[in-house]
Design a protein around this ligand. Structure first.
Ligand code: A2P
Length: 277
């Protein structure tokens, strides 16, 4: 692996409000098939220097993530592992225990509610139980608007430390980001490449060509400079490696502004364009 792709610890971690830290760059495995595709992708990610893997009960690939972790030889305590509670189930703590068994680990670094199914608050006490029992070090949510986040915070013993949402220059949810920052909630960006749709955009391409970078690197870097934790996904080894080479260049204020202007959410505080469940 080229030297510049190596992700040095320290500078590339994000501090959470519960005192734990999380690597700024993570590897997402949404829509990566259980079995060899997922095992290979996660092993390549770990070999490329990623130290943060993001899976979910609903993805059905936790066993493959665990297998890849063991096969990589990277010590468990050097890898940050997130999974998500499937809110189609009833008991977050019991489901976390099942995830631990599938992943083959004794704790999760982060456990988040996958989406606010039915209402924003019902699952939170079970998430707190999962943390109290030691199944997860940190707990949070995903796909929560500021309004939904406030509903949880109002009833919580301790507030979520993370909100994972779809986030990119085209989904620059400025009010959501600022609202999370004001509440001490870190934002994680999923689908930073728009599941591939944003890679051929003209503005992104112009910036990438000028900087001698790929469009994927520009999109990932934008998320980092917007102070989010970012989770690009790929099943190709060379793309996995290249997507991580984002710590040896910076976007200028002018390029950041050009990318910001691509937003078509109107700077929303909502986490999603429509209800998708
Ligand atoms: P593939 O998995 O075949 O490599 P997102 O991170 O927004 O979910 O986007 C993931 C999508 O973008 C996947 O379809 C992935 O395809 C594609 N992708 C990821 N990285 C790159 C890259 N560097 N170049 C081209 N396509 C990429």
């Amino acid at each position: 692996m080229p030297e510049e792709n190596v992700i040095s610890e320290e500078q590339q971690r994000h501090k959470l409000s519960d005192g734990h830290t999380i690597p700024t760059l993570g590897f997402g495995v949404w829509q990566v098939a259980d079995g060899p595709e997922c095992v290979n992708a996660v092993r390549w990610a770990l070999e490329s220097g990623y130290r943060h893997i993001d899976t979910a009960q609903a993805y059905g690939n936790e066993r493959s993530v665990g297998q890849a972790l063991r096969e990589s030889g990277v010590p468990r305590d050097q890898v940050f592992i997130t999974t998500k509670f499937n809110p189609g189930r009833k008991d977050p703590a019991a489901e976390a225990e099942q995830s631990l068994e599938r992943l083959g680990v004794d704790h999760l670094d982060l456990y988040i509610i996958h989406w606010p199914r039915k209402n924003a608050t019902w699952a939170w006490p079970g998430m707190e139980t999962a943390r109290e029992r030691g199944y997860a070090r940190s707990i949070g949510v995903s796909n929560y608007s500021i309004k939904e986040l406030d509903e949880v915070i109002a009833t919580a013993s301790s507030a979520p430390v993370i909100n994972q949402v779809q986030f990119s220059p085209f989904e620059y949810r400025r009010a959501l980001l600022e609202g999370c920052e004001a509440r001490g909630v870190a934002v994680e960006a999923y689908s930073p490449l728009g599941t591939g749709r944003h890679l051929a955009d003209r503005t992104v391409t112009e910036i990438a060509d000028r900087l001698g970078r790929t469009t994927a690197q520009v999109l990932v870097r934008w998320c980092i400079q917007r102070q989010t934790i970012v989770l690009p996904k790929s099943t190709h080894r060379e793309r996995i490696e290249a997507n991580a080479a984002v710590f040896d260049f910076a976007l200028s204020d002018e390029d950041m502004a050009k990318l910001d202007a691509l937003d078509d959410t109107g700077g929303t505080a909502e986490a999603r364009g429509r209800k998708w469940w």
